[in-house]
Design a protein around this ligand. Structure first.
Ligand SMILES: [Mn+2]
Length: 237
């Protein structure tokens, strides 16, 4: 039997200035992102937001995980004026992630974008975003703890995602105030909420190019686990 090396997964991280941790700026990421990779048989590697090192980091890893964060993508990147409800920006991180996404696209290297990460993948493919979700009866910023499910998602039966989860509908958590508006070039919508908000996208002609709007790293269901398993497996050489 062929022996496989565990794939190394590069993970984008948050930049913080909140002084609860240090008087000076810091980087951080929730441990459940790290553990989701570990539990799926990958090696997590945190990547500082340094756009000038994107190429270097990209070549060090077998796959990329773009995590969500408490910031928004600058709307001028997708050709819109900034709404007053847009959260603060993290320009170095957005530039870094855009470079990683474009490299992953070009080199057919697996990439999974979660929450803001899905939005980033959409923008990298010339899509746009709803800057602040309003007209809907679903709370996409759920009030209960994020390790609890809230709204349902419906899975497109013709998608790669359906082949992974093998389930038409299930409940997920939700912690986003933005969503995909114009779908990026060649992306297929693979999951939607009952109000029509896009909850997942994927690229057909790619080893693994997925955006997920909810937070599967909380492993709320087996479907969440399957998404991570499929991602890490795709990163295996
Ligand atoms: Mn949602």
């Amino acid at each position: 039997m062929k022996k496989y090396k565990k794939p190394v997964i590069g993970i984008s991280i948050d930049t913080g200035i909140n002084k609860s941790y240090s008087q000076f700026p810091w980087y951080a990421v929730r441990i459940n992102y790290i553990n989701s990779i570990l539990n799926s048989n990958g090696i997590p590697l945190m990547l500082p937001s340094k756009p000038e090192l994107a190429n270097h980091y990209f070549n060090l890893v077998d796959g990329i995980l773009l995590t969500g964060g408490d910031f928004d993508i600058d709307p001028t990147i997708y050709g819109e004026k900034k709404d007053k409800l847009v959260n603060h920006l993290d320009k170095p991180r957005t530039n870094f992630e855009l470079k990683l996404a474009k490299l992953a696209l070009k080199k057919n290297k697996p990439i999974l974008g979660i929450c803001g990460g899905q939005q980033l993948l959409n923008v990298a493919l010339s899509g746009s975003l709803i800057q602040h979700i309003t007209k809907t009866n679903i709370k996409h910023e759920q009030t209960q703890s994020r390790d609890k499910p809230s709204h349902k998602v419906q899975i497109n039966l013709k998608s790669k995602l359906y082949k992974i989860v093998k389930k038409k509908e299930f409940r997920v958590n939700s912690a986003h105030h933005q969503a995909i508006k114009k779908v990026g070039k060649n992306l297929n919508v693979n999951a939607i909420a009952e109000d029509g908000v896009i909850e997942g996208v994927e690229l057909n002609k790619h080893k693994f190019f997925f955006g997920i709007q909810w937070h599967p790293e909380f492993f709320i269901s087996n479907y969440d686990k399957k998404i991570f398993k499929a991602f890490v497996k795709a990163c295996q050489k």
